[in-house]
Design a protein around this ligand. Structure first.
Ligand SMILES: C[S@@+](CC[C@H](N)C(=O)[O-])C[C@H]1O[C@@H](n2cnc3c(N)ncnc32)[C@H](O)[C@@H]1O
Length: 251
């Protein structure tokens, strides 16, 4: 690894533990108790994507909310022929580019954009779309899921914090016209945390229930939509169903 790059990488702590080509691993600022959130998600993502990538060569990947590029690099390592990471925070884009150089990863690029306002000239549809850790930071998660569908050619993986579910019937304008409730969102306030690297950029956050996420994914056009089961030793949030990973396929 270029000594200048190595020095830059070692100067600070990272959101992820990046494996570097010289065998070293970056220090992470995430508490040890939460580190598993990344490894559990990777294990679940790999379970879906590795068989696909073993069968089909030359697939492209799009990582929506790529942060420092950890999952983008993992997509490349799994065998994606080209990977685009999309992220609105310029600092993360710089970090991800540095990490791609440190890892000598080719065919990987990072584009600054916001999922709620994608500059369509920057992003092209990809075979594999990852949208991990994002929708519960958004005020318009449905539009983001629609965008994921629009940019997806084969399979999309959406991972999110979920809230409680609501079902039943609702008087819809009159007690004589009732409609089934298809689900609900939990509203969380991140307006004081928008400076944080992992938080929302505008602060009003809507987290779906797991059932609502699946319903929306089907409504925007994914098929065979399902939750990926967490491994037995998963991070506690996945083990207890507080975060889920859903997969949807393009017909
Ligand atoms: C919890 S982190 C998840 C990062 C990565 N996808 C992962 O799962 O490890 C949330 C990421 O979403 C990004 N983000 C926040 N608002 C966004 C938006 N409107 N459009 C795209 N990304 C956004 C943040 O900058 C941050 O990188």
């Amino acid at each position: 690894m270029d000594p200048e790059i190595k020095q830059k990488v070692n100067q600070r702590n990272w959101f992820y533990r990046f494996d570097l080509p010289d065998g070293s691993v970056t220090e992470s600022y995430l508490p040890a108790s939460a580190q598993q959130v990344h490894t559990t998600r990777l294990e679940m993502v790999e379970r879906v994507l590795k068989p696909l990538l073993a069968k089909h060569h030359g697939l492209s990947g799009l990582d929506l909310a790529s942060h420092q590029g950890w999952f983008s690099l993992k997509l490349a390592a799994m065998g994606c022929a080209s990977v685009t990471g999309m992220e609105p925070r310029p600092g993360h884009i710089d970090d991800a580019r540095l990490m791609a150089r440190a890892s000598s990863a080719e065919n990987i690029r990072f584009v600054k954009s916001d999922i709620q306002n994608i500059d369509a000239t920057d992003i092209e549809p990809a075979d594999i779309v990852l949208m991990l850790g994002l929708i519960y930071h958004l005020e318009n998660p449905v539009a983001a899921i629609r965008a994921a569908r629009a940019y997806c050619r084969r399979v999309c993986l959406i991972e999110t914090q979920v809230g409680p579910h609501l079902s039943g019937m609702l008087d819809w304008g009159s007690h004589e016209f009732v409609r089934p409730i298809q689900g609900c969102f939990t509203v969380i306030d991140e307006t004081e945390e928008t400076h944080g690297g992992e938080a929302s950029t505008d602060g009003i956050c809507l987290a779906p229930s797991a059932e609502t996420l699946l319903w929306i994914m089907e409504k925007v056009g994914f098929v065979e939509v399902a939750l990926v089961s967490p491994p037995a030793d998963a991070y506690e949030q996945h083990r207890h169903g507080k975060r889920v990973l859903a997969v949807g396929w393009v017909p």
